[in-house]
Design a protein around this ligand. Sequence first.
Ligand code: CTP
Length: 405
Amino acid sequence: MLTNKRILLIIGGGIAAFKSLDLIRRLRERGANVTVCMTTAAMQFVTPLSAASLSGNQVYSDLFSLTDEAAMGHIQLSRAADLLVVAPATADLMSKMANGIANDLASTLLLATDKKTLVAPAMNVRMWTHPATARNVTQLRKDGVLFVGPDDGEMACGEYGPGRMAEPLEIVDAVEAALFPQISEQFLTGKRVVITSGPTHEPIDPVRYIANRSSGRQGHALATAAKDAGAEVILISGPVNIPDPAGLETIKVETAEQMQAAVEAALPADVFISAAAVADWRVDIQASQKVKKSCDGPPALVLVENPDILATVASRTFERPRLVIGFAAETEKVIEYGQAKLVRKCCDMIVANDVSPGSGVMGGLENSVHLITASAVESLPQQSKGAVAIAIIERCGAMLEERRS
Ligand code: CTP
């Protein structure tokens, strides 16, 4: 989930700092690149050497370090990150953040940033409930700072109550939520959405198949976004190596013909989104045993065309979904070919994207798409597939609303 995301982790001086070492590991397990900055107080609890070994990166702590400043200035350190995480966030650090004080490297990075900041407070229960801390928390929330925890529990000092730093995995969840914003309005409540995702595998014999590079990430992200918008979602997925999205039904298929049967069974629906990279052809006669090499040379594979699931659904005269959305995977003339597919496949919208090898889209984490309708073309910036999914689902909501009024 966090592949290629750069996290600047600021470790404050509290006993919970030992949990931040585990946090580094957890973030890295998910693919994040973690750079650590430690306050002077933090170094009383954990060592820079531990943080450097676990993060695999240099650890920063000194605002006036000639060598660090020459290698990477503090402004750059703060800007190069996708997200700043303060864990543990002590009362002192939060007070500096709320008041714009920058008198050490950590507080300077926090003031110099133009990125989102997530804080995981950790302190004694009385410090947490003190009006001064409460004021600072209110100010920070107003400034757009995100919070995770603190949790209730027994403190290192023996007292009990709110003030324990959130567990590393809770913080990781909050990091993911901060980096991949989710839909919060339930504008698809009561709607049924059927989505196809991933590649299809077309068998040649019991051990070989024809496939493509689709990872299923875009289709799966669409399913999650539609579910977050309140829809009942049926996801029909070809073979992928990513987990099933939580909280919705995933039907697994292998071939285009199986995918078509699953789609027909899942309809009627309000919205159909065809994000799968369906194989255009299958082998006419699948060998029942493994095809062996022979001295006659390689076998000739006879291909036949697969059903076009999207076109079939879009041209239904009975119970056609109110919105039928297709993708156009192109390697050239992306908008032109996308517009042609909109007409040819009778869709309400085509999401056209450039899948040429240099784009990194097929199998990658990001996408840059053009939303093509009969009346307009809207080009979205390159962004995560999760963010693209949210934009498409929001557009679905708007189109359904337009059709209703
Ligand atoms: N599609 C489908 N069934 C197929 C082939 C494609 O449902 N047998 C859908 C895809 O899910 C996508 C859209 O049609 O939403 C366009 O797919 P794409 O691969 O871009 O185009 P093709 O129709 O295969 O045409 P071409 O290969 O000529 O670009």
